[in-house]
Design a protein around this ligand. Structure first.
Ligand SMILES: [Mn+2]
Length: 386
């Protein structure tokens, strides 16, 4: 059984007001070719199909055109879940209709049994558990519950949900679970909205059932695996960089070869770069000279400019010089010298949270925290530790 795992398409995304629709169009064309060339049986997309809950007609059109071509030009089925960016109701609204085209969409899931699909229809050789993003807001309200208690309750609920989902699957066949959530140990960028790192919306990798075969995650935008289980648990990442700092690693999809006995072969397929994103850092002279010394055709550029003092009109000048060389500057960030030199202390050298707090306070407010402040911090710390 060949399964292709991808996630976090974020169709309709804009970067500094620039539409990314052409990049998404090229990605989906490329994906279709991959599905054909590799004779993929099931495409799984682990959430964040769209960038917003109410995507534009252009974004919606591109998505449904892709699904139509998937149906007509490949023999693949698809399993698609909602992520935290999607409206689960809107995404799943046409599900009965899409089912006729071998496309299964799960938006909201009240019951684990709703998250079980088997392929092929006759004589299934793999079960897929498309668990969508489950909002913490769906937890019933408990008065006087602390945030850590709530986070723990959420985690228990997810764990139980996955357990029951696997229990609903036919025995003896490989079990592929999907999820759109933060798993402890994951590498976080800055474009994944609405995750409370290390707090709520987080699971431990060992919370997934022992008898899973593979966990196909979405939510974090860098493709990477989380260690700690006997089977693979990995994020596919977003197919296009959603921020400049996502442009310095390759984007991927995972092609899985799942044998009847549950062995999983994984091939990482690198996604081509459809639009170059580049960050240029340096002094004004350095930035000017890099504008002139390279080919910038069609590149989106972010400038991190180091200045000795504020300078008026500098960003227009920089935009202009890159523009003359074919590049488009989307953002100019100016970095000015800070008053006091801030030496960096490696985190591992600071044993006590209170030391870190005092240091932070000193740097931020140029004074030591008073007794009340220190006391409050300690109280807070104790709460967190409990
Ligand atoms: Mn995402």
């Amino acid at each position: 059984m060949r399964i292709l795992h991808t996630s976090d398409w974020h169709i309709g995304h804009r970067l500094y007001e620039r539409s990314r629709i052409e990049e998404h169009r090229q990605f989906l064309d490329w994906l279709l070719k991959m599905l054909q060339e590799n004779a993929v049986d099931v495409l799984i997309v682990s959430g964040d199909i769209f960038d917003t809950a109410l995507p534009s007609s252009e974004a919606t059109d591109l998505y449904y055109q892709f699904l139509f071509r998937l149906y007509r030009e490949t023999h693949a089925c698809a399993v698609i879940t909602a992520g935290n960016h999607d409206s689960p109701r809107n995404l799943a609204a046409p599900r009965e209709f899409l089912r006729m085209g071998r496309i299964h969409v799960v938006g909201l899931a009240a019951e684990p049994a709703e998250c079980v699909f088997t392929f092929p229809a006759e004589n299934p050789s793999v079960a897929i558990g498309p668990v969508p993003y489950l909002s913490e807001n769906e937890l019933s309200h408990i008065s006087f519950e602390t945030q850590p208690e709530r986070a723990e309750r959420y985690r228990e609920r997810l764990k139980e949900f996955y357990r029951q989902c696997v229990d609903c699957m036919p025995p003896g066949i490989p079990k592929i679970l999907m999820g759109h959530l933060f798993v402890h140990g994951g590498t976080v960028g800055d474009s994944e909205r609405n995750i409370q790192i290390g707090g709520a919306t987080a699971m431990r990798v060992t919370d997934f059932p022992d008898d899973a075969t593979y966990v196909a995650l979405g939510h974090l935008h860098r493709p990477h695996a989380i260690s700690g289980t006997s089977y693979l648990v990995q994020y596919a990442g977003s197919p296009i960089p959603l921020r400049f700092n996502e442009a310095n690693y390759s984007k991927k999809v995972y092609l899985l070869d799942v044998s009847a006995s549950g062995d999983v072969g994984v091939e990482e397929i690198e996604i081509p770069v459809f639009k170059k994103l580049c960050t240029v850092t340096g002094s004004l002279d350095e930035v000017r000279s890099s504008a002139m010394s390279a080919e910038w055709d069609g590149t989106y550029i972010q400038i991190q400019l180091k200045l000795e003092q504020p300078a008026v009109g500098i960003s227009d000048e920089i935009r202009e010089v890159f523009h003359r060389h074919g590049g488009e500057v989307l953002s100019v960030e100016v970095e000015l010298p800070v008053q006091a030199a801030q030496e960096e202390i490696p985190i591992e050298e600071m044993q006590q949270p209170i030391e870190i707090f005092e240091r932070f306070y000193q740097e931020r407010f140029d004074a030591s925290p008073d007794e009340l402040m220190t006391e409050t911090f300690n109280e807070l710390l104790q709460l967190v530790e409990e």
